[in-house]
Design a protein around this ligand. Structure first.
Ligand code: CP
Length: 326
């Protein structure tokens, strides 16, 4: 595997292997010295053309825990704001010497373009491209869910038969798209719930059940409910009457949360609009794994950087990694 651009790049075996490597990495993160020498001498460039807290910082932590050097470049404050192109920006930074580029960009397909343009010879990791994909978010969500379901027996496990309801602004959500593909690859059953205006137009070709009634979807007592952020910054139109109406119909309100079974796991990729798509009571409950998702983001990004930068096949790497960590 040279790049990680899309959740569709991951076969079931590759995904499970990456999650297993992430298990090893999570153990490293529990140690007093949270560091491995594995990527010493490598340089990871975090190139962010959109704002980020979780993805940028967790990629930085992941690279540093593997002893790589990290360069952080945000569009704001760089020559991108003077009009420098993506090509000139990455070629300039590559001239300094980089082995991997983590790219977040508002244009869907930007990571794919960078990986296949021939502009640079570095591994490309998609840190979120427009409304298209966010594969490492899907990996951290699958890792978190796998732990919630299988606990200490997570290694080697998939998510067969696990029922996940994804709710909200699906139309603009790269998180939803990547999650759908990875969850399906791992055997989960996915239901998407959204207002008709925020359901993708090509939804019939997605491997999901769609539903327009949140209460009906929650009454099935799913294993997990993943609430999505309403992405106002991507909306150039009115997709719902007002916030109150959205919360009433599509929000995980206090009342809905109270009706939900205790075994249903609450997820959200963050950042959250508290009191809008999710009530604080639900977000801060013991059923919520929202902070676990963030914590596990470091482990899965360590795994992804490890696999891409050591050039090892994901299928062979689990055993190799376990040996190295002993
Ligand atoms: N979930 C996520 O991508 O968060 P950030 O935008 O903070 O990276």
């Amino acid at each position: 595997m040279k790049h990680l651009l899309s959740a569709t790049d991951l076969s079931r075996d590759t995904a499970i292997s990456l999650l297993d490597i992430a298990e090893e990495m999570a153990e490293v993160s529990q140690r007093e010295v949270k560091k491995l020498p594995t990527l010493r001498g490598k340089t990871v460039l975090n190139l962010f053309f959109e704002d980020s807290t979780r993805t940028r910082v967790s990629f930085e932590a992941a690279a540093k825990r593997l002893s790589a050097d990290v360069l952080n470049v945000a569009a704001k404050g760089s020559s991108v704001s003077k009009g420098e192109s993506l090509k000139d920006t990455v070629q300039t930074l590559a001239a300094i010497g980089v082995d991997a580029v983590v790219l977040r960009h508002p244009a869907s397909g930007a990571a794919h373009t960078l990986a296949h343009s021939g502009w640079i010879d570095a591994a490309v990791l998609n840190g979120g491209d427009g409304t298209h994909e966010h594969p490492t978010q899907a990996l951290q969500d699958a890792f978190t869910l796998r732990h919630r379901i299988h606990g200490s027996a997570s290694r080697g496990a998939a998510l067969d038969g696990v029922r996940v309801v994804i709710v909200g602004d699906v139309l603009h959500s790269r998180v939803a798209r990547s999650n759908v593909w990875l969850l399906r690859t791992l055997g989960a059953e996915v239901t998407l719930v959204a207002p008709p205006t925020l359901m993708p137009h090509d939804i019939d070709s997605w491997p999901v059940t769609r539903c327009f009634d949140l209460d009906q979807a929650l009454a099935t007592e799913p294993d997990a409910v993943m609430m999505l952020r309403v992405q106002r910054e991507r909306m150039n139109d009115s997709y719902f009457p007002n916030e109150r109406e959205y919360s009433r119909l599509w929000g995980l309100t206090v009342e809905r949360f109270a009706r939900l079974g205790e075994r249903t796991t609450i997820m959200h990729p963050g950042p959250m609009n508290r009191g809008f798509e999710i009530a604080s009571l639900a977000a801060d409950s013991t059923q919520s794994v929202i902070l676990d998702q963030v914590q596990n983001g470091v482990a899965v990004r360590m795994a992804a950087l490890y696999v891409l930068l050591t050039g090892s096949g994901a299928s062979a790497i689990g055993a190799l990694k376990r040996e190295e960590l002993r």
